[in-house]
Ligand binder design. Structure first.
Ligand SMILES: Nc1ncnc2c1ncn2[C@@H]1O[C@H](COP(=O)(O)OP(=O)(O)OP(=O)(O)O)[C@@H](O)[C@H]1O
Ligand SMILES: [Mg+2]
Length: 355
């Protein structure tokens, strides 16, 4: 039986209901480990629209925590999960989400991004273009005019038809084509969506969690391309369609965290109603701009001195230096704008009734 004013966690633990500042729309995470009585910890949904970071060493409970967030955020908008290791379907099922799940394990990369600047930024992020290669792409743009609806395949065709004016250009053209063909070739062609109409894409559905499984893409470059084109695509869809809030979970975020595109989106999309939930092992790989743009910070157990140092500085509480390496699986130190300070929390990976 569920007692009034509290809820049962694990088998026999009663947690006191506690709502920060009386917020009704909040995500229930678990209970505080700092208090003498078990105080329930919730994060108001609007805090999560201002980006969330989940970090912790291997096996500390990051993916489970992200799934707990996703399982409840679906009540407040659309959720898209970039799933590198095929973990979320099972986890969300265990958390009682099934009717609201769409699993997309036959992922197609958007046929075009509609926007030349973003397209080049992503190619640069994924292929690590040299200055000469990037210059050649801009030259192509100048020569052929508006290239906004281009796909990777179209770009290869266009580049092949370009007449090099000098030896360096000839060499750069050949090296750029080699790189582009790593992304688009006879073996990978079927991974791209032939439909170039942005509006037709059912990626975002209100009150649904769409899990994009990257497992079958195999090659890391193509996985990165897929993750980046998909989030960029969501920004475009969100600008065009009337949609509620969108939450994008990127697990294994270290694979894309240094991307210029992701950095731009994290700084800009908040006002569009898109909240990122970034999940990664080490805060040391995250640049300051991303760190300062993530208002909810969930630190699971950290082991390395460099990681602990960054976490402690980011939380502004030196006493946590000894706490962070000793956290158990599923325990975390959490800070959010609506909290009065960092809280040590046991995340309860269970099905929560809708608040
Ligand atoms: N809050 C929790 N309560 C109980 N068990 C948990 C909790 N969080 C994680 N676990 C268990 O710990 C194990 C590792 O969890 P999880 O995969 O979420 O960790 P991770 O930090 O994402 O790991 P990785 O670094 O491999 O991605 C799993 O067996 C999971 O069931
Ligand atoms: Mg994980």
């Amino acid at each position: 039986m569920r007692p009034r004013g509290g809820f049962m966690v694990d088998d026999d633990l009663l947690v006191n209901e506690f709502t920060y500042n009386g917020f009704k729309d909040a995500i229930r995470l678990g209970y505080s480990l700092d208090d003498a009585f078990l105080r329930e910890i919730k994060i108001p949904v609007h805090d999560l629209a201002r980006h969330t970071l989940i970090v912790g060493s291997t096996g500390s409970g990051k993916t489970t925590t992200a799934a707990v967030l996703a399982s409840q955020l679906v009540n407040y908008g659309s959720v898209l999960i970039i799933d590198w290791n095929d973990e979320y379907f099972q986890l969300l099922n265990n958390l009682g989400v099934n009717g609201g799940l769409v699993v997309n394990d036959n992922v197609r990369l958007p046929g075009t991004l509609g926007d030349w600047e973003d397209f080049i930024t992503i190619l640069d992020d994924v292929l690590e273009l040299t200055d000469a290669q990037a210059y050649l792409l801009y030259k192509l743009h100048d020569e052929f005019g508006k290239l906004d609806e281009l796909s990777v395949g179209d770009l290869i065709t266009l580049l092949e038809s370009m007449q090099p004016e000098s030896k360096w250009m000839l060499e750069t053209k050949a090296s750029l084509l080699r790189k582009l063909k790593m992304l688009y070739n006879v073996k990978t062609r079927h991974l791209y969506n032939v439909d170039k109409t942005l509006m037709n894409d059912p990626l975002l559905i209100e009150r649904k969690i769409n899990i994009i499984s990257l497992r079958d893409l195999r090659d890391l470059k193509i996985k990165r391309l897929a993750a980046l084109t998909l989030v960029c695509f969501i920004e475009k869809i969100k600008k065009l369609k009337t949609l509620g809030n969108v939450y994008i979970v990127i697990d294994e975020a270290h694979n894309v965290i240094d991307s210029n595109l992701l950095n731009r989106l994290i700084a800009e999309v908040r006002k569009l109603g898109i909240g990122f939930i970034l999940v990664t092992q080490s805060p040391a790989v995250i640049n300051n701009s991303i760190l300062s743009n993530c208002n909810v910070r969930i630190f699971h157990s950290l082991k390395s001195y460099a990681d602990i140092d960054i976490a402690v500085k980011s939380l502004g509480v030196n006493e946590l230096r000894d706490v962070l390496p000793r956290l158990g699986v599923g325990e975390a130190v959490i800070d959010a704008p609506s909290f009065n300070g960092a809280v040590r929390v046991k995340i309860c990976a269970k099905q929560y009734p809708v608040t």
